[in-house]
Design a protein around this ligand. Structure first.
Ligand SMILES: Cc1cc2nc3c(=O)[nH]c(=O)nc-3n(C[C@H](O)[C@H](O)[C@H](O)COP(=O)(O)OP(=O)(O)OC[C@H]3O[C@@H](n4cnc5c(N)ncnc54)[C@H](O)[C@@H]3O)c2cc1C
Length: 505
């Protein structure tokens, strides 16, 4: 007889792992299916020579500490997963190249951040603080919207959440300008657009503030054993609570009952059934693996109307010298060709903005003694890859790209990198498309902007994909981008499904 699970989770990325850990812990029989031989999706590791590289995580926001736990700390702590958290005390260093450029380091901690902003741009203090002060007001409004299951009372919203209503529909730059923030201060803070892939004249203010506050208030965090530690900790929770994980198990089909509800999947040719299916896989792929007759037309239209989010090109370097010998004093450096985010975005193929990380500055023993690693990230869309690039020219394309950025960093930072390179690995949106299986190699699911902003998705959650028995979680879901959001959504969906299975609503 076929075994029926309570829950099947498809994909062991951050969202899928958090969802499966929560359903297993709640006592639901849980099967997690992952196409790779390792958990984590983006949150994994790979080896070259004597170096074990972190492929994706620069830093996590909204972690907090044991004394002041923030939401991500709680996701792990509530599951009984102990993580050895490390913290970065500077927020970031940002360099604008050229004659009118600047080189500024901002601090984390709300007071220290505002002070460092005031030092960089005299007179900006009050407007920066006013911007940060909006954060608790958003939280209260979003909590209310979630509690109302996406059906908030408009009068309550207007009366109790006035600041939220006044700002929620506006871009980052509109809100900052309304608060009287000088342009240079805006540009400095808005350096972070690079982490979200949407420039700040388009990006929703509340969405940006959520991430900004998560870095400013707690400092950026990193697990001592990097993202693989986070994924492994969630695997332990799933297994401890009797959940089953099958690796090398690519799902190729989603199964539906006659009434259109989802009842299982096919992996390695085997039909597997469950009362509920949670997909960590982007809806585009799920719908392509489903009988087109069962997907409601409005769901197909919604998926097709959404734009794919940004991807990245990355260069991972293992160097035969320490960070100190290299002269690398910072953990995160944003290097920009222009000061204005929209210009950086438009010039993304010509070094508009890129990020250099030296993990050893936060986790000194993250590479063998006497060595260090550098991690370059360039925001790019999958569609930015040259259309006429032939397979035989791909290697040269990657090498040229890496050379250009390494040389630029050497010049800008005044350090000598090339003679120290022992290992190098280069990834492009093509790599991420292949590894994660996402369309155009998107690492953030769908672009959060305009009609499809975080606010619109939160308010319209009820109207999102409405196939009974099928839920989504991960970077492609409501909160979009990044590790923190994927964990938070995984937890929320896992708990929601478990509650439903136990007779709640
Ligand atoms: C280079 C890089 C740098 C980044 N830096 C940061 C950062 O510093 N901070 C931050 O917060 N975020 C960062 N991110 C983004 C972050 O990694 C992602 O937003 C987040 O991990 C997405 O999680 P997810 O749950 O959507 O899963 P994903 O990581 O997309 O995982 C999905 C999983 O599903 C599996 N899968 C796919 N199809 C199938 C199938 N058919 N059957 C079975 N399994 C399947 C995949 O193998 C994968 O394991 C970065 C990403 C990259 C690539």
């Amino acid at each position: 007889m076929e075994r029926q699970y309570d829950v099947i989770v498809v994909g062991a990325g951050n969202g899928g792992l958090a969802a499966a850990a929560n359903t297993a812990k709640a006592g639901c029989s849980t099967l997690l299916l992952e196409k790779h031989n390792l958990p984590g999706g983006c949150a994994t590791s790979f080896r070259r020579g004597r170096f074990e590289f972190e492929p994706s995580l620069h830093e996590l926001c909204s972690v907090g500490t044991e004394d002041r736990p923030n939401v991500v700390y709680k996701v792990f702590d509530d599951l009984g997963a102990k993580i050895d958290w490390c913290y970065e005390h500077d927020l970031f260093r940002t360099i604008v190249k050229g004659q009118d450029g600047y080189d500024i380091t901002l601090k984390s901690g709300v007071d220290a951040f505002c002070d460092s902003m005031e030092e960089a741009v005299p007179g900006c203090y009050a407007s920066v603080r006013a911007f940060l002060d909006l954060k608790p007001k958003i939280d209260a409004a979003i909590d209310y919207i979630y509690a109302s299951k996406g059906n908030p009372n408009p009068v309550v919203m207007l009366v109790k959440h006035t600041d939220f209503m006044r700002t929620a529909g506006h871009s980052v730059e509109e809100v900052m300008t309304a608060l009287g923030m000088p342009q240079k201060a805006q540009d400095l803070i808005n350096t972070y657009w690079g982490y979200l892939g949407v420039p700040t004249d388009e990006l929703n203010a509340m969405h940006f503030l959520n991430m900004l506050y998560g870095y400013v208030s707690d400092g950026a965090a990193m697990a001592h054993h990097r993202s693989h530690e986070l994924s492994s900790a969630l695997v332990d929770v799933i297994e401890k609570h009797g959940g089953e994980i099958r690796y090398n198990s690519e799902v190729t089909e989603f199964l539906y009952r006659e009434d259109g509800s989802c009842c299982g999947v096919v992996a390695n040719g085997e039909k597997l059934y469950a009362k509920e299916v949670i997909s960590n896989v982007i809806p585009h792929n799920v719908f392509n693996m489903s009988d087109p007759k069962v997907i409601p037309e409005e769901n197909l239209k919604l998926a097709n109307a959404r734009e794919f989010g940004i991807s990245v090109a990355t260069v991972y370097l293992g160097l035969d010298c320490t960070a100190e010998e290299l002269g690398m004093n910072d953990y995160t450096v944003f290097i920009k060709g222009d000061s204005y985010p929209r210009d950086q975005y438009n010039n993304r193929l010509e070094d508009g903005l890129y990020i250099v990380n030296c993990l050893n500055k936060v986790v000194p023993d993250s590479s063998p003694e006497g060595t260090c690693t550098l991690f370059f990230t360039m925001p790019l869309f999958g569609c930015d890859m040259p259309r006429d690039l032939r397979p035989q020219d791909y290697k040269k394309f990657k090498n040229d790209l890496a050379k250009r950025y390494i040389e630029d960093a050497e010049k800008t930072l005044g350090i000598s990198i090339v003679p120290h390179i022992e290992e190098i690995s280069i990834a492009t949106p093509v790599t991420f498309a292949r590894y994660l299986g996402t369309p155009e190699g998107t690492i953030y699911g769908y672009k959060l902007s305009g009609w499809d902003s975080l606010m619109a998705r939160t308010a319209g959650e009820k109207e999102d994909y409405a196939i009974p028995g099928l839920s989504f979680c991960g970077g492609h879901y409501i909160r979009g981008d990044g590790y923190s959001c994927a964990y938070i959504m995984g937890e929320m969906i896992g708990k929601r499904v478990a509650k439903r299975l136990k007779g709640g609503v």
